[in-house]
Design a protein. Structure first.
Length: 388
């Protein structure tokens, strides 16, 4: 599954999070999970909101009794009070989410902190965040990162972002749209101004999309849209103040590249295979074969997306001794996949009347080392706890 974010009226953190929630059928279950993340003194509810006749989801995030508003975000940073980035990371480390989500939340927040530091000519460590705005942003970023991880999207594409126009009022005075921090984040990201005289893209929204998006482009050809999530903003505009996220599948076209090598050591072949996977191959495997004159050799095979075939052909030539590569275009059947956090990471695959669940091997390995037990016993313990 892939995701496409359509940002015709900008991007705010709460709108992105709301649109992602809207992709799920069991919304009450998702809300329960989000409220169990451990965001301090935070209550999350979901309501239906209408913008220009279009209904969508709107997350209500109440922190210490105050509801999130556009004005509560990063434009209320002060450099003489509040918390710094180290404090923010400490809060993130305390959340009930897996390490992948924690790392993603930290990385998104660092994008914002770097942009603020540059805007105010301050070292990152000296940037302090207004308490409510900081907690709002942590909530928006964490919810978005948690749901993107749960959806297990293979690819995320984002449209050029409408930033609005005019000015925005903040603690430092009247600033042009996009505000300096937002403009810093959007370096390298396609965006445009419009006739809508308000700030449409917040630093949080810009940072989430910049970090998670694999590419920015006009809407690509979506082969099979399976779901559309709509997140509604608080501002009432002449145009529908929404962000839409399309869940879609690519054509199941892949490329198989293979070659035979008889002058590489096992270590060299293993290193080449690791590089293929590190660069995003769908799979890479090595088969022992016998070539002419009875010479033992390896058949080196890479599966990749069709659009990446030239990239992997170059990588194969770089990391193996071959001087020729065979190319095939097979088709395949696949099950839809998602990752579930049940104390350990569980891979769930479904389709064609089949459901399969399997605990992540690295989590099994970690338990075996922690308890000094065999890998078999660790697997039995985890399977018992997760019903895999």
């Amino acid at each position: 599954m892939n995701l496409y974010f359509e940002c015709n009226t900008g991007a705010a953190g709460d709108m992105i999070a709301s649109a992602l929630v809207d992709l799920f059928d069991e919304k009450e279950k998702i809300l329960k999970e989000l409220n169990g993340i451990g965001l301090h003194n935070t209550e999350i509810t979901l309501s239906e909101k209408t913008q220009c006749g279009i209904s969508g989801a709107h997350l209500n995030i109440v922190i210490n009794g105050e509801e999130e508003t556009p004005e509560a975000h990063f434009h209320h940073h002060h450099h003489h009070h509040g918390r710094n980035l180290a404090d923010v990371c400490e809060i993130i480390d305390s959340l009930n989410v897996n390490d992948i989500v924690k790392d993603n939340v930290k990385n998104v927040y660092k994008i914002v902190a770097d942009a603020e530091a540059k805007a105010h000519s301050k070292p990152v460590g000296e940037v302090h965040f207004h308490e409510l705005g900081m907690l709002d942003a942590i909530a928006d970023i964490t919810i978005s990162a948690y749901l993107i991880n749960k959806l297990n999207a293979q690819k995320i594409v984002c449209s050029p972002i409408n930033v609005g126009s005019g000015n925005v009022k903040c603690a430092h005075g009247i600033l042009p749209v996009p505000a300096p921090a937002t403009a810093n984040i959007l370096v390298g990201v396609p965006y445009y101004k419009s006739k809508i005289e308000t700030e449409l893209c917040t630093p949080t929204g810009a940072a989430v999309l910049k970090y998670f998006s694999d590419e920015f482009s006009e809407m690509p050809r979506l082969e099979s849209v399976t779901k559309i999530g709509i997140g509604c903003g608080n501002k009432e505009l002449e145009e529908a103040n929404i962000i839409r996220v399309f869940a879609y599948n690519d054509k199941n076209e892949i490329t198989e590249l293979s070659c035979n090598v008889d002058d590489m050591t096992g270590e060299e072949v293993a290193f080449a295979a690791e590089r293929m996977m590190d660069k995003g191959a769908l799979d890479c495997f090595v088969s022992p074969i016998i070539m002419k004159k009875g010479r033992p050799a390896y058949m080196f095979t890479v599966l990749c997306k069709k659009e990446d075939e030239e990239k992997f052909a170059k990588l194969i030539f770089t990391h193996t001794s071959t001087i020729g590569i065979r190319k095939y275009t097979p088709s395949r059947y696949t099950l839809s996949r998602e990752l579930k956090d049940e104390g350990v990471t569980v891979k769930r695959s479904e389709g064609y009347g089949t459901v399969k669940e399997k605990a992540e091997f690295e989590d099994i390995k970690a338990l075996a080392l922690e308890k000094d037990i065999s890998i078999f016993e660790a697997r039995r313990l985890i399977n018992k706890e997760t019903d895999c």
